[in-house]
Design a protein around this ligand. Structure first.
Ligand code: NA7
Length: 542
């Protein structure tokens, strides 16, 4: 240990809990810890709260769940006093909401901004976590809580020359706060996931020319968003408790869409078409909630997939472009379903071209162009809508070592292993909020965040009551949960897609299906049963 290290450690502060990240998860966690009378410190990379909604400021960024549901439920006054202006919150509106929550609950005084956590090492004698940051600070804590987000580590594509581009380069997940003016510019967008699908219509409306480089066509459904009428909002507020309760009883934690009751083949072709037409007219995720077997049976799925392809063919004037935009290599809903506003219509504009990079990938990026074989596409600006090292990237980026010196990255080398997506065997007193093998990304995120935060608070409370200082999941319980997670996934069509749920978007990342997809209702019931059985699978010690 150097003298500087010794001085730093001598000056260190101690907290009951250190929370990494001040997005929606970190903020609510801090609020709960404080209410329990515990000391807590939150470290946040950005200079403000909001996580996803702090970083993803690209044009058109908005939530793909309706804001009346995608919002905190933990405080009824907060629910009643906040007025969402639009059906699907825009990024600025969601960020404003996050800031409102931070102010309302006076959260900022325990959040250290513009500070990245570099390492968290657990002492083998005391069991305390020592957390070091890029600001050179050192602090210890009894509990380490990773509220680091599932889509928070932007992925730069491994394309030759990407760093040598001389124009402006933007990643959708690290968008400049002052915004970007594309007027008169030739813009290239790489990627056609949710971020690109939202950004492309906006960029096309401004740029001189937009070239979209598509590797995988994605299914996108019109969001049909618009202002949220005051009477609609107030009617929902009047029955907010009921809406939240209904959400818990659904697979995806979304009350708006009730659980379907029929198979796609329980109805005639004409009836099925009519049901899809209605869902299409409603927009949003509705189509995926029409039949019970859309994510279980390939033939059932294909009926919905083909319905959407037909809408694409109807919308896009050039039949070749339309065909290129029709997803054919994965069942609908097995990659994150995109919601859009005039995405397919954008390809009817004279200033937009679509380039297929599936069979022939981008060869390289030059100082002023994207090059594919001998084709040179000159651009002024490059937008990388290339996604994230999802679900495990942020936790793996921190040098986390348990009391034996084993790193989390090493123990997850073959894919993440967790108990309930909440804790990791052999990593005592370390908690994940909506970690892999929990419903998180396959649910209304804020609902799942609140569930996990409440469970972590309950665990810590139980330890206080019992006089335990250490909790860790037992290995067999974790192994069983990992097997259960895989078994559930293998009963569905999800593993059929090369998605970020599978780690497939990151070269070299193990292909393991990460979210728990038996649904929110099932997951909550399992957790409640485990807790009632005296936290079965968790080991507590003094
Ligand atoms: P996604 O959904 O991971 O999309 C990334 C896109 O970038 C996707 O179309 C990728 O194609 C494409 N991509 C990535 N690397 C390359 C290279 N090298 N060449 C060409 N194309 C590439 O990220 P988003 O930001 O859109 O959305 C993330 C989540 O945020 C979303 O699901 C919502 O939950 C919100 P691929 O499909 O891998 O072939």
């Amino acid at each position: 240990m150097t003298i500087a290290d010794q001085q730093a450690i001598a000056a260190e502060e101690h907290f009951d809990a250190i929370v990494v990240g001040a997005g929606f998860a970190g903020m609510y966690m801090l609020h709960r810890l404080r209410a329990m009378g515990l000391t807590a410190r939150v470290y946040e990379r950005g200079d403000g709260v909001g996580g996803t909604w702090y970083w993803n400021r690209y044009p058109g960024a908005r939530c793909d769940l309706e804001s009346m549901e995608y919002s905190y439920s933990f405080d009824q006054d907060l629910e009643q006093e906040w007025n969402w202006a639009e059906k699907y919150g825009t990024q600025p509106e969601l960020l404003k909401y996050a800031n409102h929550v931070a102010d309302r609950f006076d959260l900022r005084r325990d959040i250290v901004f513009e500070t990245r956590v570099d390492s968290a090492h657990q002492d083998k004698t005391s069991g305390l976590w020592t957390v070091k940051t890029d600001a050179g600070t050192v602090a210890t804590a009894t509990h380490l809580i990773l509220a680091t987000g599932n889509l928070s580590t932007p992925q730069l594509p491994k394309i030759d020359g990407v760093g040598a581009f001389q124009g402006r380069t933007f990643h959708t997940g690290q968008w400049p706060h002052e915004g970007v003016d594309f007027s008169g510019r030739r813009v290239g967008v790489i990627g056609t996931g949710s971020s690109a699908v939202q950004a492309i219509p906006k960029i096309a409306a401004q740029a001189a020319h937009l070239t979209v480089f598509q590797r995988t066509a994605n299914f996108s459904i019109p969001a049909r968003h618009g202002p949220l009428a005051a009477e609609d909002r107030e009617a929902q507020k009047a029955r907010y408790g009921e809406i939240r309760e209904a959400a818990y009883q659904t697979p995806f934690g979304i009350a708006k869409y009730g659980s379907p009751t029929k198979s796609a083949f329980d109805v005639s072709d004409a009836e099925r078409q009519e049901i899809y037409e209605q869902a299409w007219a409603l927009g949003g995720q509705a189509i995926m909630f029409t039949f019970t077997d859309l994510l279980l049976d390939a033939k059932a799925n294909e009926t919905a997939a083909e319905f959407v392809r037909e809408r694409i063919r109807e919308t896009v004037n050039d039949p070749e472009v339309a065909e290129l935009l029709c997803p054919k290599d994965h069942p609908i809903g097995t990659k994150r379903l995109c919601l859009d506003s005039f995405y397919y219509e954008t390809y009817n504009r004279d200033n937009v071209s679509l380039i297929n990079v599936k069979q022939t990938p981008i060869t390289r990026i030059d100082a002023n162009a994207v090059v594919i074989d001998s084709q040179v596409y000159e651009i002024d600006d490059l937008v990388l809508a290339t996604g994230f090292d999802a679900m495990t990237g942020a936790a793996r980026d921190i040098d986390i070592r348990n009391e034996k010196g084993t790193s989390l990255a090493d123990s997850w080398v073959a894919g993440p292993q967790t108990y309930l997506g909440l804790m990791v065997a052999e990593f005592p007193n370390m908690y994940l909020i909506t970690g892999p093998q929990s419903p998180g990304v396959k649910s209304q995120m804020i609902l799942s965040i609140e569930h996990h935060v409440d469970m972590i608070a309950d665990l810590i409370e139980k330890m206080r009551t019992d006089g335990s200082r250490r909790v860790v999941p037992a290995n067999p319980a974790q192994e069983d949960w990992v097997v259960e997670n895989n078994n559930v996934a293998n009963m569905t069509l999800y593993p059929a897609a090369a998605s970020w749920y599978m780690g497939a978007n990151i070269p070299g990342k193990p292909r393991v299906f990460m979210p728990y997809v038996a649904g929110v209702k099932q997951y909550r019931a399992t957790c409640a049963e485990i807790v009632a059985d005296n936290w079965r699978g968790f080991e507590f010690s003094p």
